[in-house]
Design a binder for this molecule. Structure first.
Ligand code: ATP
Length: 307
């Protein structure tokens, strides 16, 4: 069953086509990395899916509900976390969650139980009675995540949830999102250009560039779409004579192969040539390899965690 489906979803703002003919299907319970450079249309997609804006063409559903016509119902069943942490500064962490839980029509006793669970999970229980205005950026972001989860949403839209956090806080928030989504079977659309964090928790990916979906699916599917293949990588004795089609890369000799089954033949041939092999492995295309093959070359600083 699909939690999110779009068909030819298109959004034009004046003369800018922010999203062009998006056809996307997201399996219920999956964590999908929705990746793309600045301005590629990620936020526009979330706004369209949640019914905050109307499409120029095409349509979409979330949990079978029409984004354009049933946004109220969608809001009750989904959570949204944007990069600007959104909680009331003058309320404590617990008061914030009680306030937002009440907006969803939850009973106070249920809100308290849920809030306690979330605050403990997100390592905010000891500061539950402190005003949110005194929190660090990372704490505010965790509180915003708790807020987005207070009504146990079936679908969670996360728009750059780790933006502005130092690497350690970003990793903690990221792992918590993954754990919580898995614990509760939540479908997550994680919009980001921080590839490392997406790679950590996502089961599949969709790569958007200039409003166009370049590829979607597992890492292997992205690699295939990008025309990337695995590489045989071998460490051999110094001075060994390697066939011409191998290229030296650091301490390893490498050659592109079509599939894993090519490896035994390749090793047999080297042994036949009496090349002393110390180590042999297959390097697969990484998310970063696939991403940078599929999107146009970014401007400096546009994509983080490239190294
Ligand atoms: N309200 C608007 N009016 C006009 N143009 C807009 C509006 N909102 C977005 N755009 C344009 O639409 C395109 C896609 O923007 P969007 O915010 O969806 O990208 P994004 O992938 O979320 O970017 P980022 O990673 O920077 O958040 C950009 O060219 C942007 O300038």
């Amino acid at each position: 069953m699909y939690a999110i489906q779009t068909a030819n979803l298109t959004k034009k703002y004046d003369d800018v086509v922010a999203l062009f003919g998006l056809d996307l299907e997201v399996e219920a319970g999956s964590i999908v990395g929705y990746l793309g450079p600045n301005g590629s249309g990620k936020t526009t997609t979330v706004k369209l899916l949640t019914g905050l804006i109307q499409p120029t063409l095409g349509d979409s559903t979330v949990l079978g509900l029409s984004s354009a016509k049933e946004s109220g119902k969608i809001h009750a069943l989904t959570g949204v976390l944007t990069e600007t942490a959104a909680c009331y500064r003058h309320l404590t962490a617990m008061e914030n969650l009680r306030f937002f839980g009440a907006l969803f029509g939850l009973e106070d006793a249920k809100i308290r139980t849920r809030a306690e669970h979330l605050l403990k999970k997100l390592d905010l229980w000891s500061v539950r009675d402190r005003k949110a205005g005194t929190f660090s950026t990372g704490m505010k972001q965790r509180l915003s995540l708790a807020r987005a989860l207070i009504h146990t949403p079936q679908v969670l839209f996360l728009d750059e949830p780790t933006s502005g956090l130092d690497p350690e806080s970003a990793s903690i928030v990221n792992r918590m999102i993954g754990d919580m989504a898995r614990d509760e079977g939540t479908t997550v659309l994680l919009c980001t250009h921080q590839l490392r964090y997406a790679d950590e928790i996502c089961s599949s990916f969709a790569i958007l560039d200039q409003g166009i979906l370049r590829a979607s699916g597992s890492l292997e599917m992205l690699g295939n779409a990008a025309g990337l293949h695995p590489t045989a990588s071998l460490r051999v004795a110094d001075g060994a004579e390697m066939p011409e089609d191998f290229v030296q890369n650091g301490g390893f000799w490498e050659k592109e192969i079509r599939e894993d089954q090519d490896m035994p033949g390749l090793i047999s041939e080297l042994i036949r040539r009496e090349v002393p092999i110390y180590e042999a492995l297959i390097r697969r295309p990484t998310l970063e390899d696939a991403y940078f093959s599929l999107v146009q070359k970014p401007e400096d600083g546009e994509v983080e965690n490239r190294a």
